[in-house]
Design a protein around this ligand. Structure first.
Ligand code: BG6
Length: 514
């Protein structure tokens, strides 16, 4: 659909003007990697194109490779032309943006590099009016995080450089590899930065539809009263991907789906759906409620893992009519790998709102299609007046579609037109793009802007990270003790191993067909 062709949209009229941050410098460590070219620079370019960040905004790319500013700028332009949601880059906008992009080659452990960085930042402050405001961005492999944080502390760069100046740090996931390393990283960060300077990024929280979970729940009077165990039978959260490794098997083999997706994205979705209403829409209140959900999840003991958690790994198969190799044949993967590419699990949240209401979660690579959604499955009507006519009628389901076709659908029963009473399930559908008639900003745009504005509501707090790890540790330990013997156990292009169906079917329920 060509959204522009829809013309002005009355739903967007009269919206308040957006906030603009003060000019600052974003220092991207590891800027020669893929994330910068695919996500960060296209997001910053779009913010600048939409005038959401001021002209003085600047970027210092800090990386090991010897590239130089001119070549780096050219590579970034190429990135925008390939990956930006608005492309190709508009020459005038890009020119202005690129004038504030600098490249600094240094080893992450070389104190001299940080001194040169300090001098460059002073120069940018003078020339571009950035007034000592800094955002440090860790876009390196996680193994470099500790060293960079230490150097930022030792060189004095982490401290705001003058009165009114601020400095913040954005950290990409994974925050550690397990509870111990995650806690240790949080500790190292806390030695150099205060928690209110720290922005742990989970890009799912930047997705419009994920933020809409909160708006939908708490800005409408009709959903909250029925949002609990009395009316809801169960909740299904699915984040399925059709892609395989895309050259990332080396990273993935050490990580697996539980760490890559469940520890962060799925736990965040679960918290947003299950949390209590916060007293305010601010960082402390929202994150305080989210972490309470994580604390209320019933721990899965190591010995019980097989009852609640199913793991899978894809073998060769076909996705969308294309034959694809199995995980173990992906370049970079260990040919005997016991790394999971699929996880399904059943969780209970032991509090008054949710006691005994199962939350079923599933995520995997090489599933039939890319779909992320949260389905709230309501209980059946207590007394079915239309028993005969209602064969095939499903209980109400509210689906929050995160991607693609972002929107919300409510499934309800309706009478089939005609002289007899026949009932069928129909969908009442709200499609984001159609209703608002605008292209959705990328998650990174919103998150980078929020960090520059000093708003950490959509970033993960240290206690959330640790609570999520604590929950997953027995699973990781069980799997480590008992490497899977049946891998691969689902062909690419299917909805995961049979046991994943068993997990929900033994409760008399089924996964939604997507
Ligand atoms: C990343 C994971 O965090 O999220 C990837 O590391 C995954 O493995 C990606 O593919 C999914 O993000 P999205 O926005 O495409 O759903």
């Amino acid at each position: 659909m060509d959204i522009q062709a829809l013309g002005p949209n009355p739903l967007r009229e009269g919206l308040r003007l957006e906030r603009t941050p003060e000019p600052c410098v974003m220092i991207i460590f590891g800027a020669s990697g893929d994330l910068t070219r695919r996500k960060l620079i296209p997001a910053l370019y779009n913010l600048s194109r939409e005038r959401l960040i001021p002209p003085g905004f600047s970027v210092v790319a800090f990386a090991r490779r010897d590239i130089g500013t001119e070549r780096f700028r050219a590579a970034m332009l190429d990135g925008v032309n390939q990956f930006s949601r608005s492309r190709p880059a508009q020459p005038a906008v890009w020119e202005t943006f690129a004038q504030g992009v600098y490249y600094l080659q240094s080893d992450f452990s070389d104190p001299a590099g940080y001194q040169t960085l300090g001098a460059l930042l002073d120069q940018i402050d003078r020339e571009r009016g950035t007034a000592g405001h800094r955002v440090f961005y860790l876009a390196t492999p996680p193994s470099a995080y500790s060293e960079i944080i230490r150097q930022l502390g030792a060189s004095g760069l982490a401290r705001p450089s003058g009165s009114g100046a601020w400095s913040r740090i954005i950290i990409e996931k994974p925050i550690g590899h397990d509870l111990e390393s995650g806690t240790e990283l949080n500790r190292q960060v806390a030695e150099v930065f205060n928690e209110d300077q720290v922005y742990r990024i989970d890009h799912y929280l930047g997705k419009e539809t994920v933020q809409n979970i909160l708006v939908f729940r708490f800005a409408n009077g009709i959903f909250e009263p029925i949002w609990d165990r009395r009316y809801i039978d169960h909740v299904q959260i699915t984040v399925s991907e059709s892609i395989g490794m895309e050259g990332r098997a080396r990273y993935y083999d050490e990580t697996g789906a539980l760490r890559d997706m469940v520890q962060n994205h799925l736990m965040q979705l679960l918290s947003l759906v299950a949390m209590e209403p916060p007293v305010a829409f601010d960082a402390d209140a929202v994150r305080g409620e989210k972490v309470k959900v994580l604390h209320a999840i019933r721990p899965i003991h190591r010995a019980d893992v097989p009852r609640y958690v199913v793991r899978g790994q894809y073998g060769p198969g076909s996705v969308g009519a294309e034959n694809v190799p199995g995980y173990r044949e992906e370049p970079g993967a260990n040919p005997n790998s016991s790394c999971e590419t699929f996880v399904a699990m059943k969780l209970f949240i032991d509090n008054w709102r949710w006691a005994d209401t199962p939350f079923y979660l599933r995520t995997g690579k090489r599933l039939p299609r890319r779909v992320s959604e949260i389905a709230i499955q309501f209980k059946r009507a207590p007394h079915l007046l239309f028993r005969q006519a209602a064969e095939g009628l499903e209980p109400n389901v509210l689906v929050l579609r995160i991607q693609p076709n972002e929107g919300i659908a409510l499934r309800a029963g309706a009478k089939v037109p005609g002289p007899t009473v026949q009932i069928r399930s129909i969908n009442m559908d709200f499609v984001y793009g159609l209703s608002f008639g605008v292209e959705q900003p990328e998650a990174y745009e919103r998150l980078l802007l929020d960090c520059m504005l000093g708003d950490s509501t959509l970033f993960t707090r240290s206690d959330e990270v640790e609570a999520a790890w604590r929950l997953l540790m027995p699973i990781l330990e069980n799997w480590q003790e008992r490497p899977a013997v049946d891998f691969p156990n689902y062909p690419a292009g299917t909805w995961g191993p049979d046991a994943a169906h068993g997990l929900i079917e033994e409760d008399g329920r089924r996964w939604r067909r997507l």
